[in-house]
Design a protein around this ligand. Sequence first.
Ligand code: ADP
Length: 236
Amino acid sequence: PLAAINNYCSGTVALVKSGRTTPDNLLPVLEKTAQQAVRAGMIIKRIREFVKRSEPKRQATRVADIVADAVGLAEIEARKRRIRIVTDLRSRLPVIYVDPVLIEQVLVNLLKNAAEAMHDARPNAVDPVIRVVVRLDSGFVCISVVDQGPGVDEATAERLFEPFYSTKSDGMGMGLNICRSIIESHRGRLWVVNNVESDGHITGATFHCSLPIGEPDGPSNGGSEAPTPQTVTGEL
Ligand code: ADP
């Protein structure tokens, strides 16, 4: 939302400076700006509550809606780097019982990291694409963010999830740590693997995020284990 507010305000400033606008034209943009500010406040409040209590506020949520909202938000930043985000929904997706604000933030964070990794590694890549693949896997919804960045060093792959681990000059290193806590509090898993071609060439990284289908502690979720982390094959 802060990126959206920045965009709307920059656009408004340019319009006002050009002298070619009227208050009526500006009104819808200002209303959207205010809505995004409310949204930013809500996200911060929800994350603060989560950090304090570590309990998500679950509600029945359509997976496709969370993915669409997260992609919509992440696209604002991705577009600045000419990166496309393509969504691939592989199955008819069920309703899941999650905190939609938190899960959306996890996806936004993964998409933001993917765009940064791709841009830093190859700023002039031709038609760079991030893919979001959503499929069902034995009682779990699996959302995968597939990038075309440098991939992750196998030796440090687990360290990425530690608090304050960052390789960015302006990085906090808290993003993935909070993302994993959020997913695990929903009894899911978050893990990363490299995308490896048949000749061993690494073409990027994929962050997989699995979430159980069915009500928490309900019969359809009784005792099932999140899918085991696995290496990405050419399928993605
Ligand atoms: P931050 O973005 O503030 O550095 P994160 O916890 O989100 O914090 O990420 C931690 C580190 O993990 C990053 O600094 C980067 O080195 C690595 N990382 C995250 N996403 C990717 C990715 N898609 N490709 C390669 N490395 C990544």
